[in-house]
Design a protein around this ligand. Structure first.
Ligand SMILES: [Zn+2]
Length: 409
């Protein structure tokens, strides 16, 4: 292959291939030469100085593989005096990121959007730490361009996610119409959400028509203060979460009792691995058999399940007037049930009844919150917990937001 054919193939602006240094079974190395008129960009200040070149060295960077071979490029790199601070600076090469080409780093970022850093590292033959560094660098670069300015949503949903034990949370804001996370931040509660409203400004806040959340105090007071035109909704998704949590409290209590009393059959049904059956809305025939058995074995868990189903059926009737009557009836039933977690939930839904009913005024879809929540859970599992919260926030944008590489291809 002629060298200018390789130059054509690699297509590096302002450089040509002058020599093939080596060609082994698994790697190939090329020497590059800069085209004469290529200006020297200072890495200190980013400007072009017309000062004399102080010295010239070479750097070795890895590029995308060709025909299964890893590709290494030897690039000439100049040093010159920076006119801003007088120190000697190495030149900045636009398409290089440390020991890799920019397009290699972009490749890493595309891979890490579909698999774990470990797997991506294995695939490319680089270690986890390098994948982390490259991925984070690329995400930070893209974040400046794509998420620095936030466009105010019309319908939004706000949610908190635990990212580490000991109550460390991040808050995500989802644009429901765009189906994407558009902003996130370390922390939770009022001050965190205030940061978002400040970011979009008074005009942005006025644009917001509805805000869905779990109805937590901090989110409510921040929204009332800033987004005065917005309808506040305690949406279906969060309601379901509260109901599942209440059922789970009863399940755990009854499981403990069943074990103390040596009631094996009941213990098995209530065990953790069957917990998901109690959480689902639609069940298979086999799961239905388990639930039927449960109804005869334990009344309290069954009653809790019925209360949950009864609440969810409120959503089937799409009309505000009927929903109001059904909600009132449900709150009464929950408070009278004698099951503590449902008594508490009854009072909670009573206090937040306006927000629950607002769903029937603006049916902000909960499928998006649910989908994004599942993606974040998957992301957390993929990384086995995050140590670096900034990276976690960027990964959320990469997997559920505007930094998703699939958006730009
Ligand atoms: Zn400079």
């Amino acid at each position: 292959m002629q060298l200018n054919t390789i130059t054509e193939l690699l297509r590096i602006p302002g450089y040509k291939i002058t020599h093939m240094i080596s060609c082994r079974k698994s790697s190939i190395e090329f020497l590059l030469k800069r085209e004469e008129d290529k200006a020297c960009v200072c890495s200190g200040c980013g400007k072009v100085h017309n000062t004399a070149v102080h010295s010239e060295g070479r750097v070795l960077v890895e590029d995308l593989p060709i025909s299964g071979k890893r590709v290494y490029l030897h690039i000439p790199k100049r040093k010159s005096v920076c006119l801003e601070d007088g120190s000697i600076r190495v030149e900045e090469i636009e398409w290089v990121r440390g020991r890799f080409t920019k397009r290699f780093v972009e490749h890493v970022y595309r891979l890490t959007s579909i698999t774990t850093n470990k797997e991506a590292g294995w695939f490319l033959g680089i270690d986890d730490e390098t994948v982390y560094r490259l991925d984070k660098g690329m995400l930070e670069e893209l974040a400046q361009e794509k998420i620095e300015k936030v466009k105010a949503p019309r319908h939004m949903s706000v949610d908190e996610v635990a990212w580490q034990k000991w109550h460390k949370y991040v808050t995500n804001v989802v644009d429901v119409d765009r189906r994407k996370v558009i902003w996130n931040h370390d922390g939770r509660g009022k001050t965190t959400l205030d940061t978002f409203y400040h970011k979009i400004g008074t005009w942005g806040c006025k644009r917001i028509k509805a805000v869905a959340s779990d109805g937590a105090k901090g989110f409510l007071s921040s929204t009332k203060e800033h987004a005065k035109n917005a309808l506040i909704v305690l949406d279906h998704f969060h309601v379901k979460k509260y109901l599942n949590e209440a059922v789970d409290v009863v399940r755990k209590e009854e499981l403990r009792k069943a074990r103390q009393q040596g009631h094996e059959e009941l213990g098995q049904i209530l065990h953790c691995n069957k917990r998901f059956i109690l959480m689902q809305n639609t069940v298979t025939n086999k799961q239905k058999d388990i639930l039927d058995k449960l109804s005869t074995l334990n009344e309290r868990v069954y009653k809790a399940m019925l209360l949950k189903d009864q609440f969810l059926s409120i959503y089937v009737e799409g009309n505000l007037r009927v929903a109001y009557a059904n909600l009132k009836a449900w709150i009464g039933a929950a408070i009278r049930s004698g099951i503590l977690s449902f008594v508490e939930l009854g009072y909670k839904f009573f206090r937040k009844r306006h927000y629950v009913l607002n769903y029937f005024v603006c049916k902000i879809t909960s499928a998006i919150s649910e989908g994004i929540n599942n993606k974040i859970k998957r992301l957390k599992r993929m990384a086995y917990g995050y140590r670096d919260v900034k990276y976690f926030l960027l990964k959320i944008h990469q997997h559920c937001g505007l930094l998703d590489p699939k958006l730009s291809t």
